[in-house]
Design a protein around this ligand. Sequence first.
Ligand code: SF4
Length: 118
Amino acid sequence: MEERDLICIVCPRGCHLHVDKDLNVTGNFCPRGAAYGKQEVTNPTRVITSTVRIENALLPLCPVRSNGAIPKGKLFEAMKEIDKISLKAPVKIGDVVIHDLVGSGVDLIATRDMPVVK
Ligand code: SF4
């Protein structure tokens, strides 16, 4: 494993991390940074935030996000799947828009109420 310098994105403090070839993490202010540094080097993941087309709502797009992180290698496939779908109002905040997104075990959920436009 190659040594890496990273910025921790778990919280706004943004600690500068160093991960050595034995996966020892330094520069982290808290244990979450160590976990993030190890994971970023071995199996990087990301939470997706995006929008999905929606019919019969005041706005044409409904904001969504994944309710967990998915492997970085699956992001492109996930975005393609998200681009393909279209919702119908009403949608409630927290509604599952796609279950088990690209087999990641993570769901895509709505992050805003989208009532039917009158
Ligand atoms: S190491 Fe801890 S304190 Fe530093 S940015 Fe990461 S989560 Fe925040």
